[in-house]
Design a protein around this ligand. Structure first.
Ligand SMILES: Cc1cc2nc3c(=O)[nH]c(=O)nc-3n(C[C@H](O)[C@H](O)[C@H](O)COP(=O)(O)OP(=O)(O)OC[C@H]3O[C@@H](n4cnc5c(N)ncnc54)[C@H](O)[C@@H]3O)c2cc1C
Length: 427
């Protein structure tokens, strides 16, 4: 039987209203998963009948997903969409060799290496694969792609590669806790599913940081977006776009929007981009006629009821407030790890919540709690057999290539750990 995860559906038609947060959530997910879809903007479901002459959906609630076999899903969850296309799978094993949490570059790389090297491997991803990289319109410094590659494309190729080798990928599933029992661990997902594995890799990366201004939560997906928003760029045609942040992700996003928007303003608190941006992006921004950089500036507020209408910018040196009418605010100010679950089960983290591994664990200090005769492996956490890779790890480099490298390296340590488990005399 063919692996359903290797099959792509025919084009999905997504009908929804402009500025709808739930339509955005679906659009972004389909875009990141490289699932073929057509976005059709309508004001009401009735319009699907009057303008598009499709009867089946006219009494349903927007957004509506219409599939090639005629099935219409009304305001579907992402899991319902995955179910419809055959990508919502159940774990097949009582006990895996390797469970990976997070489907960004680090987790996907671990899945490819783990499955290709014969480990029974499962990957749990709470959203779509690709992680932060998945939101990038073009990654230009990843080895082997001289013309660059979109994050969604890179992630989808890796997903297919992992599935080809037999990795199980559970999307829209989120790890929430863990238990450690003798020689194996149990990951507990938010829906109550328990995943048992002899080794695990935490590759959960970082979660986008919020601005912390009034109205932000309400307007998420309805004018305010986190990350580079590559699914939205073509919809900004002829409009003004604001990008907050001075790192490479903000620079990349600004240059991508500049192809469609009439004007892109990059907002940064500091004096300039020189210290935070790669040289190639600095040069492109400096010569782009429709991109401006507003230094020493912050977002003072946002206006809008159901969708964003206006952004207020404050110049920190003059105190001047500027009102910018816009429907597009993209926030690329980095992220922070979400590892509270880890500390609740005794996994050591640094002050910012990043997971400590190998040499950073200060073996001398913690040896009393460490149950094995050997020191922790380089990417091993304070719990034997649980590894961390990529941006979630203390001291990580925060690059695609290094996350991919760590994912592969963690699998090498998983093999060593499993070999030692099998050498131990039975109790
Ligand atoms: C817009 C943008 C552009 C970038 N461009 C570049 C570039 O050009 N070159 C470069 O080298 N780097 C770039 N980076 C940085 C690079 O993308 C990151 O360093 C890399 O993605 C880190 O990979 P990761 O797998 O460690 O973590 P992430 O990419 O953060 O992935 C973590 C994954 O874990 C999932 N997850 C989190 N918690 C859970 C949970 N509890 N259960 C299940 N899943 C969970 C998340 O949904 C996510 O998919 C960019 C970053 C951004 C945001």
């Amino acid at each position: 039987m063919q692996n359903p995860l290797m099959q792509k559906p025919e084009t999905i038609r997504l009908f929804g209203a402009a500025g709808s947060a739930s339509a955005y959530a679906i659009r972004d997910f389909l875009h990141r998963s490289l699932l073929p879809f057509e976005w059709i903007e309508v004001k009401s479901a009735g319009e699907i009948y009057t303008v598009h002459h499709l009867d089946c959906a006219r009494h349903l609630q927007l957004p509506i997903c219409m599939f090639a076999d005629g099935t219409c899903l009304e305001n579907p969850t992402l899991a319902e969409i995955l179910d419809q296309i055959g990508w919502l799978i159940k774990p097949s094993q009582q006990m895996y060799d390797l469970a990976i949490y997070g489907g960004g570059p680090a987790g996907l790389s671990a899945a490819v290496y783990g499955a290709s090297e014969g480990l029974k491997t499962v990957l749990i991803e709470r959203y779509a694969v690709g992680g932060q990289a998945g939101s990038s319109s073009r990654i230009e410094n990843y080895l082997g792609f001289p013309k660059g590659i979109s994050g969604a494309d890179l992630a989808e190729k890796a997903r297919e590669q992992a599935c080809k080798f037999g990795a199980e990928i559970l999307m829209t599933k989120e790890g929430a806790g863990a238990e450690f029992i003798d020689d194996y661990g149990v990951g507990i997902l938010t829906d109550g599913t328990r995943i048992s594995a002899r080794a695990a890799i935490c590759a959960t990366g970082v979660h986008y940081r919020r601005l912390g201004i009034e109205g932000e939560e309400r307007l998420i997906g309805a004018g305010i977006y986190y990350g580079a928003g590559s699914s939205e760029a073509t919809l900004c045609h002829g409009e003004e776009v604001i990008v907050v942040g001075g790192g490479n992700s903000a620079g990349q996003a600004a240059m991508h929007f500049a192809r469609y928007a009439c004007k892109v303003s990059i907002i940064i608190r500091g004096q300039g981009l020189k210290d935070t941006l790669s040289d190639y992006l600095l040069q492109r921004i400096a010569t782009a006629p429709n991109v401006e950089v507003l230094t020493q500036t912050v977002i003072a507020g946002v206006e809008g009821d159901s969708t964003l209408r206006e952004v207020r910018l404050k110049n920190l040196s003059t105190g001047e407030i500027r009102h910018v009418p816009t429907r597009w605010l993209f926030i690329c100010i980095g992220g922070e790890p979400q590892t509270e679950w880890a500390s609740s089960v005794g996994i050591l983290r640094d002050e910012a919540g990043y997971i400590l591994t190998g040499p950073d664990l200060d073996y001398e200090e913690h040896s009393a709690k460490w149950p094995l005769h050997r020191a922790p492996f380089y990417l091993e956490t304070s719990v034997p057999g649980l590894f961390a890779a990529g941006d979630v790890r203390h001291g990580s480099v925060k690059r695609c290539a290094s996350a991919v490298g760590e994912g592969a390296m963690a699998v090498a340590f998983v093999h060593k750990h499993l070999a030692q488990l099998s050498e131990r005399p039975a109790a």
